[in-house]
Write a protein that binds this ligand. Structure first.
Ligand code: HEC
Ligand code: HEC
Length: 200
């Protein structure tokens, strides 16, 4: 009887332990809720220890930073300097504007934000007898510019598009090679002038 009890308890324990571990018999990995996530061989990053050391963000001061070539023509430029103390960005609180607003940029030796960031490209909605319609023709690019004054609120959140750089190890090398129609496109944008390219 005693022997039978010990066998029973060890069996229950074995079942319990195997159900706790993330890996099932069929080689699938489960998440915390028990959902099958992927085959073991498909998991590239199991946890942070796989990346080696923690990624470290650039701590280069703004005035010491070297601009980075654009990733492709009119790509949002990467942030070459530290962003320490500048996050979180809200509609009311944005330290980036202190240096990149056109009227401040020169004194700070920073590139001014382009005209596109002060322009609303969304077609206006007009009401007519309780009916709403878009005030633009098919294929028409509408734009309302505030001439460098008011940042368009569709673009207030700078780090949605502009990102700082780290020394993170990349497991899969990016082999994309950009082609610039004009070599000046490597260092500055001209989206404002050719935004309707290919539309009309
Ligand atoms: C203290 C002033 C200062 C602040 C604050 C600041 N920057 Fe900069 N930024 C600079 C300077 C100076 C440069 C280097 C010159 C240049 O390329 O514009 C630069 C470069 C850049 C560039 C590269 C521009 C290019 O054409 O390659 C981007 C993008 C940028 N900053 C975005 C940001 C964002 C986003 C923030 C907020 C998180 C921010 N900056 C905050 C001064 C500042
Ligand atoms: C929705 C994406 C997006 C957001 C949000 C955004 N940008 Fe940009 N930014 C771009 C793109 C795309 C370009 C290049 C094309 C252009 O001129 O618009 C650019 C260009 C720039 C440039 C380089 C201008 C030049 O002449 O080369 C600066 C500086 C810049 N942005 C700063 C900012 C700052 C500061 C904010 C936050 C207030 C911001 N951006 C928000 C997408 C964005």
């Amino acid at each position: 009887m005693k022997k039978f009890l010990i066998v029973l308890i060890s069996l229950v324990l074995m079942v319990f332990i195997s159900s706790c571990s993330g890996e099932k018999k069929d080689g699938k990995i489960q998440d915390d809720l028990g959902t099958k996530v992927a085959n073991k061989s498909e998991i590239l990053l199991k946890d942070e220890t796989d990346v080696g050391e923690m990624a470290k963000y650039s701590d280069v001061a703004e005035n010491k930073s070297e601009p980075i070539d654009r990733s492709f023509e009119n790509a949002p430029p990467l942030i070459p300097h530290t962003v320490k103390g500048m996050m979180v960005i809200t509609k009311e609180h944005n330290l980036c504007l202190k240096c990149h607003m056109p009227e401040k940029a020169k004194a700070e030796k920073a590139t001014p934000m382009p005209q596109t960031h002060f322009t609303d490209y969304r077609p206006q909605i007009v009401e007519n007898n309780g009916m709403y319609k878009v005030k633009a023709k098919e294929g028409e690019i509408t734009s309302i510019s505030t001439k460098n004054k008011q940042v368009n609120m569709a673009q207030f959140n700078c780090n949605q598009c502009h990102v700082p750089q780290t020394n993170a190890t990349v497991l899969i090398r990016n082999t994309f090679k950009p082609v610039f129609r004009n070599s000046s496109g490597k260092g500055k944008s001209n989206l404002k002038d050719n935004i309707s390219e290919g539309v009309n």
